[in-house]
Design a protein around this ligand. Structure first.
Ligand code: ATP
Ligand code: MG
Length: 413
């Protein structure tokens, strides 16, 4: 038997009601906050992610699904995340001449060759938002508030907001120097990847997953102690805005985010009780991204929310029970003429907007009634030859067992 690729998943009709419930809330909230949906291609030129995500990141170095295009001599990659593609799209479509800010959201699948485990897959689903064209902490606050309101509407009270600032290009050099000095003193104990990162991008060392590096990183200088005046005051204003909006947070200096393009505000929403992969949402500011992709200087703030991890968190809280829709009427029939009549009525009910079902298998009447019960139909209508001749049949309320006569040609529910 051919099986699905490791780290991918089939989401079956029993499960999609929960997915649609979650995605529905995401769409409604995003639109309430003035974000419009954007759809970009599933694959892009590899160069976009190398430049947009960063060639010192694990995502680009180890996790991308990259392959040679069939006809042309170029490398393409399945998107490992959504931000770089959106940034490319706004540049390519000249959206930077629109009134600012630009506010976009998407619900997409992303691809990363990671070790599959609970909350980590190779194709994963993400709700993402991007807001371009504002440096004001009001835009950070708005972006965080949107993520928070999605989590709140889902009922996830076991999720906490962790907040940090990693500084801008003004404060980065001094911080970088402090980091290099600190990690150079521990160089011998670092993993091989981190040894090269030390020269290329020392900030990445703070994000290494190796236990030894993690231990060393816990004693490293903190970004918040090296912020320039502007970053400091923005961070302060953001805190005040979040408090005014009734959004709880804690400052967590360990949050640095895995991608290269972040500047200033970074944040994660972390769920309790769902195991090691507990970050349900991660985001931050990326003021250098658009210009690094050949666009104008345009600041940005966004986040990505992992849908599978949300489901784990909902399950942990017992909030994952979203039932599929049930038919209002099931029409049981006996014989060919009754079957045709049943199809006619079912179609009429559907055209009136109802969820109606009828027998399409040719089961016995008894089996049809059992099936109607199983699928949770509110009413059943039983039609045989004599009902077709008389033009009337009994409509049965499956809850109360009560029956009433209805005229087949004019019956609507
Ligand atoms: P992590 O540290 O958990 O690997 P990340 O920093 O790589 O996360 P982002 O690139 O910021 O993650 O993606 C945003 C969100 O998408 C994450 O917070 C997480 O909820 C989800 N996510 C990321 N990678 C995966 C994956 N392989 N499988 C499932 N969900 C994922
Ligand atoms: Mg990751």
């Amino acid at each position: 038997m051919i099986q699905k690729i490791k780290g991918t998943m089939d989401i079956l009709p029993e499960e999609t009601p929960l997915w649609r419930h979650i995605e529905g809330i995401m769409r409604e909230e995003a639109e309430k906050y003035g974000f419009g949906e954007i759809r970009t291609p599933t694959f892009e030129n590899t160069e976009l992610f190398v430049r947009g995500v960063g060639d010192t990141t694990d995502v680009v170095q180890k996790e991308m699904y990259t392959f040679a295009d069939r006809e042309e001599n170029r490398s393409i990659s399945l998107r490992p995340e959504g931000t770089a593609s959106v940034a490319r799209a706004i540049i390519e479509n000249g959206k930077f001449s629109d009134p600012m800010p630009l506010k976009y959201y998407y619900i997409i699948s992303c691809f990363r060759h990671e070790k599959p485990q609970a909350g980590r897959s190779r194709e994963f689903y993400q709700f993402g938002t991007e807001m371009f064209g504002s440096q004001s902490p009001a835009s950070d606050a708005t972006s965080i508030a949107l993520a928070n309101s999605v989590l709140k509407r889902l009922g996830l009270t076991n999720v906490k907001l962790h907040l940090n600032s990693i500084g801008c290009k003004e404060c980065r050099p001094a911080y970088r120097a402090a980091l290099v000095e600190y990690f150079t003193a521990h160089k011998e104990c670092l993993c091989d990847t981190c040894k090269t990162r030390l020269e290329k991008n020392p900030l990445r060392l703070l994000d290494c997953k190796s236990p030894e590096c993690k231990k060393i990183a816990s004693g490293a200088p903190k970004t918040v102690d090296h912020l320039c005046e502007k970053c400091n005051s923005n961070f302060d204003t953001l805190g005040k805005a979040l408090s005014a909006m009734n959004i709880d947070y804690e400052i967590d200096t360990n949050i640095v985010r895995g991608l290269d393009y972040y500047t200033g505000t970074v944040f994660e929403f972390i769920a309790e009780g769902i195991g090691a992969q507990s970050t349900v949402c991660g985001g931050g500011r990326y003021d250098g991204l658009v210009s690094s992709l050949g666009g104008p200087e345009l600041s940005g703030i966004g986040f990505g929310m992992g849908i599978t991890r949300l489901i784990l968190a909902l399950r942990e809280m017992g909030l994952d029970n979203v039932e599929a829709k049930k038919p209002v009427v099931y029409i049981a029939s006996l014989g060919e003429r009754a079957m045709v009549k049943g199809l006619e009525i079912t179609e009429r009910l559907r055209s009136l907007g109802h969820f109606a079902e009828c027998d399409v298998v040719g089961r016995s009447l008894k089996a049809q009634m059992k099936y109607a019960n199983k699928i949770g139909a509110a009413y059943t209508l039983i039609i045989g030859d004599s009902e077709v001749d008389a033009g009337v049949a009994q409509l049965r309320d499956m809850q109360s067992g009560e029956q009433r006569e209805v005229a087949l040609d004019s019956f609507v529910i």
